[in-house]
Design a protein around this ligand. Structure first.
Ligand SMILES: [Fe+2]
Length: 253
């Protein structure tokens, strides 16, 4: 079971680097298509587009239509739930929750829980009581099955960057962390949002954060020859050994 995780493509029509963001996304899809063995699924952990407009989602959908694998999407702070649903509703998997874009993917040896941490109008995340309740229900549907969580905002302090807290308040983040630890079935948490590769923990659960696909928005130090190379993660799940993750660099052609 191999998951290709991408994040923060920030597709936009109105920025000077718009063409490069499109190209970064296209090259990433091409690279995933070339992998052998092929992953089983692509997960996008949000900030698919930059302004949440339908035009941007239509463009993002065109790019993603080139993927040979199914792609499952999660909203980030730059996304718009309504326009996301409008563009991708035909895929079927977004319909389970009318309020939030939270859902489970049951097709693989590890369950994938996609959790919506969007707080509209804010860059910081939220996880309200309704979403706690949804999470308890999602976990409770198959509490015996190993489960991986995908969410946009990392539920730990990221010391690099201007502000370590990526939720509305520390209390909200702690509430989310407690909810994630209520079941022993969650074996990994995978996020985006901070545009840099970092790692953390929630109790005993490891958390990995993938850099942004948009290379113009990526944070952190990279050698000059890699500044134009998108980076994503491959998470391999083994029932006996759990997850092992590696960084994939999309080299210039
Ligand atoms: Fe982002």
């Amino acid at each position: 079971m191999i998951i290709a995780q991408i994040s923060d493509t920030h597709i936009a029509l109105d920025t000077p680097d718009a063409d490069r963001r499109i190209r970064d996304f296209e090259r990433t899809i091409d690279d995933i298509n070339s992998l052998d063995p092929a992953p089983d699924v692509i997960i996008h952990t949000g900030d698919i587009v930059h302004n949440g407009t339908l035009d941007e989602y239509v463009l993002a959908a065109t790019i993603m239509s080139k993927a040979k694998l199914p792609i499952h999407l999660m909203v980030g702070n730059k996304d718009d739930r309504f326009n996301l649903r409008k563009t991708f509703s035909s895929s079927g998997y977004l319909a389970s929750n009318p309020d939030f874009v939270s859902y489970a993917i049951e097709d693989f040896s590890v369950r994938l829980l996609m959790l919506d941490t969007l707080h509209p109008g804010s860059n910081k995340g939220d996880f309200c009581e309704d979403r706690i309740s949804d999470l308890v229900d999602l976990i409770g549907a198959h509490p015996e099955r190993p489960t991986a969580v995908f969410a946009h905002h990392p539920p730990f302090h990221v010391s690099e960057g201007p502000d370590p807290l990526h939720f509305q308040t520390d209390e909200i983040m702690q509430r989310f962390r407690r909810a994630l630890q209520r079941s022993a079935s969650i074996v990994g948490i995978f996020c985006g949002h901070v545009h840099r590769g970092v790692a953390g923990v929630v109790g005993n659960i490891p958390v990995l954060v993938v850099p942004s696909i948009a290379t113009t928005l990526r944070k952190g130090e990279y050698p000059p020859e890699l500044t134009t190379c998108p980076i994503y993660h491959l998470h391999k799940y083994d029932p006996d050994w759990g997850f092992s993750s590696e960084i994939r660099i999309v080299r210039d052609q």
